[in-house]
Design a binder for this molecule. Structure first.
Ligand SMILES: O=C(O)CCC(=O)C(=O)O
Ligand SMILES: [Fe+2]
Length: 417
């Protein structure tokens, strides 16, 4: 008995095929994971794992969003409980309509999508990247009405520091402003809605909790992507088309479990049931060098894409002084922000904010010495980049970071090498 009346026998067959073709779990699953073990065994080596449903059993959403399903161990979604958010305008992907390398996407009031699902329609619609937590906070309430962030996941440099209660939102802290980003998402969709193969924004880590339903994940370490390409050498949209599904680590994530996706790993996700999930994209000091590399690569791509603009600037200003280079650097940084979501200013500002106001307690973060070493490693690398001389604002931000983390010579990093 499927947990969603809107699916066909053919679709149920595909779900059964996905379940039976998933091997026994190849990744560790913890009931309890100390921060120290998380840091040494997963954050630093960049390895995936799962937390058992114990991690979400006390979340309000695990109670409120589930309807007991007598025929099945997996719950049904309590769509009526989501009605209190019917006025939220949410991004909706139509997973039955592919447009080039994305699904057709629109924005709708959540209530409109719930209306369709209530009559077993809209079975390709996937509500993705809904900023539920930010919306709740904007409405003056606390996110404890939905979830609690597991203690070991609190050192999150990309999102507002976790607080269960309502947050005072000033123009300074307003979500989506330049100073605070929000990568706390909620996803919901019927069986077989899916997220195609991708890597997360900025090369971040992500964690994803299944509140309702089960998902299949295909995970690819960065050095295992050669079998995931089509005949033109491009990464495929859907790994199910491939022989051997590209040799992925394939995981069936049960209801209530949290999966950790390492930084820079490609992944694809298919919902086996009607799923409601919550995820965070995040990063912290152990992966700063990967985030740094991702930004350098994005900049290289932008520079290649607009190399004709460089010629135009040189044609106009000549090369007798550095004026052309300053303009070129500014042009690239502007486009980088639009294309990659941030540029050097955004990157270093994020680091400055997190060293000035660490998001997690000491025992839930790397030691200060470790953190500072990782920061200094990327500062050293940045200081060899030519464009830095033109980005004066960024130089000041880095000077501020150095003030907080102390001068390099004062830090004893010998034991970390
Ligand atoms: O659940 C999904 O459909 C996608 C989730 C995802 O890509 C992530 O958590 O990084
Ligand atoms: Fe993702």
């Amino acid at each position: 008995m499927p947990n969603w009346a809107g699916i066909s026998a053919k679709q149920q067959h595909e779900i059964d095929r996905l379940i039976t073709s998933t091997p026994t779990r190849e990744l560790p699953t913890y009931d309890n994971l100390s921060y120290q073990d998380f840091l040494s065994n997963h954050l630093i080596p960049n390895h995936p794992f799962l937390l058992s449903s114990f991690a979400t059993s006390k979340w309000s959403s695990s109670h409120d969003f589930r309807l007991k399903n007598l025929d099945n161990s997996t719950a049904l979604p309590n769509l009526s409980a989501l009605r209190k958010y019917a006025h939220h305008v949410v991004p909706v992907a139509n997973t039955l309509r592919q447009e080039f390398s994305e699904f057709e996407r629109t924005e709708k009031a959540l209530g409109e999508v719930l209306d369709l699902w209530d009559i077993d329609e809209g079975n390709g619609l996937y509500v993705k990247d809904w900023h539920l937590m930010a919306e709740i906070e904007k409405e003056g309430r606390g996110v404890k009405e939905v979830y609690q962030v597991s203690e070991c996941l609190r050192d999150d440099w990309l999102n507002p520091p976790y607080t269960p209660d309502s947050r005072i939102i000033t123009s300074e802290t307003e979500v989506n402003s330049a100073s605070t980003s929000d990568f706390r998402f909620t996803y919901l969709g019927p069986p077989l809605t899916y997220t195609p193969l991708h890597r997360d924004v900025y090369g971040s880590y992500s964690w994803s909790a299944n509140i309702v339903g089960r998902k299949i994940w295909w995970l690819f370490p960065p050095d295992k992507l050669d079998k995931v390409k089509d005949e033109y050498g491009e990464l495929v949209f859907d790994v199910r088309e491939l022989q051997d599904e590209g040799g992925a680590i394939k995981i069936l994530q049960q209801e209530g479990e949290i999966i950790f996706v390492p930084s820079g790993w490609h992944h694809q996700v298919v919902n086996l049931d009607f799923c409601i999930s919550i995820n965070h994209n995040f990063f912290s000091s152990p992966t700063l060098s990967r985030i740094y590399d991702t930004l350098c690569n994005s900049q290289e791509r932008v520079e290649e894409a607009i190399s004709d603009v460089k010629e135009m600037i040189i044609g106009r200003l000549g090369t007798s002084d550095n004026a052309w280079e300053k303009e070129w650097v500014e042009e690239v940084q502007g486009l980088l922000e639009r294309d990659a979501g941030w540029n050097w200013k955004g990157f270093w500002t994020t680091i400055k904010q997190n060293v000035e106001m660490p998001p997690a307690l000491d025992h839930l973060s790397p030691t200060i010495e470790m953190r500072n070493k990782w920061i200094y490693d990327i500062i050293e690398r940045y200081e060899t980049r030519r464009e830095r001389i033109y980005l004066e604002e960024v130089q000041q931000i880095i000077a501020d970071i150095k003030m907080v983390v102390g001068s390099f010579s004062n830090i004893n990093t010998e034991h970390l090498k």
